[in-house]
Design a binder for this molecule. Structure first.
Ligand code: DX5
Ligand code: ZN
Length: 223
C-alpha cells in the first residue's frame, strides 16, 4: 500500500480578490491541503504574501495550511507563521546554514517540518535531513512564479529520493512535488514516488472542483 495521495492547490494561482471563494472550491473539490507560497523578493524574484494571509485563511477552512517559505532567513519567521496558523512549514536548503536547528524549531511548535530543494540543487541535503523531516519538497520549476513548465529531470530525483526513504525505513516522510503539475503529467509524478502534489495553474485555470477531482483520479489510479 503506497503513501496516501495528498492534493495541495497552490493559492498563488487563486483569485486573490475572491480568496475565500477559491478556498471553498478547493474544499468542494476534495483538496487535502492548501499550499501557501510565501515569497520575499530576495530569495526569489517575486513578492507575494506573509503571515497575514495565513491568518486570514485559517478561520475559513479546516484544511491544513502547507506554507512554502521561499524567503531568506526563514528561521526568523517560523513563530510568526505558526501563530498565524501554519500546519506545515518548508524551508529552502539553499538559504540554510543551520538546517537541523531550523527543522527542530519548526517541530518544537508541533507542526510538520519539511525541506524544499530547487530543481538542480543536489539531493544530498535530503539524505542527511530526511530523518528530521515530515516531508521533503522537490521543486519541479524554478521558484517564484506559477504557470511554468514541469522540469522533467526532477522525476529521476524523485525516484532516487523515494528509493532512499524506503531503503532507510523513512516511508513516513512524504514527497511533495511543486511546480508544473497538470492532469496530464500527474500519473508520471506519482509513479516516480511522489504523494503530495502541488498544483496552482493546473487547478485554478478552469473549473477548480473538477480539476482537483481529475488530478486525484489520475494520481490514484497509478497506485
Ligand atoms: C512556485 C511555487 C509553486 C507554484 C505552482 O515558486 O512554489 O507552488 O505556485 O504553480 P503551478 O502549478 O502553476 O506551477
Ligand atoms: Zn510552492
Amino acid at each position: 500500500m503506497g503513501k496516501q495521495i495528498k492534493i495541495a492547490p497552490s493559492l498563488l494561482s487563486a483569485d486573490f480578490a475572491h480568496l475565500a471563494d477559491d478556498v471553498r472550491k478547493c474544499e468542494q473539490g476534495g483538496a487535502d491541503l492548501l499550499h501557501c507560497d510565501i515569497m520575499d523578493g530576495h530569495f526569489v524574484p517575486n513578492i507575494t504574501v506573509g503571515p497575514l494571509i495565513v491568518r486570514a485563511i485559517k478561520p475559513l477552512t479546516k484544511l491544513p495550511l502547507n506554507c512554502h517559505l521561499m524567503i531568506s532567513e526563514p528561521e526568523k519567521y517560523i513563530e510568526d507563521f505558526v501563530k498565524a496558523g501554519a500546519d506545515y512549514i518548508s524551508v529552502h536548503v539553499e538559504c540554510q546554514n543551520h538546517l537541523h536547528r531550523t527543522l527542530s524549531l519548526i517541530k518544537s511548535f508541533n507542526i510538520k517540518a519539511g525541506i524544499a530543494i530547487n530543481p538542480v540543487t543536489p539531493l544530498n541535503y535530503a539524505f542527511d535531513a530526511a530523518e528530521y523531516c515530515d516531508f521533503i519538497l522537490l521543486m519541479s520549476v524554478n521558484p517564484g512564479f506559477g504557470g511554468q513548465k514541469f522540469i522533467k529531470s526532477v522525476l529521476k530525483k524523485c525516484e532516487i529520493l523515494s528509493n532512499f526513504l524506503e531503503t532507510n525505513k523513512l516511508d513516513n516522510v512524504d514527497i511533495e512535488i511543486d511546480g508544473g503539475i497538470k492532469i496530464e503529467n500527474v500519473a508520471d509524478i506519482v509513479s516516480a514516488g511522489a504523494n503530495m502534489l502541488v498544483s496552482g495553474s493546473g487547478i485554478f485555470d478552469g473549473d477548480v472542483v473538477s480539476n482537483i477531482k481529475q488530478l486525484r483520479a489520475n494520481a490514484e489510479n497509478v497506485k
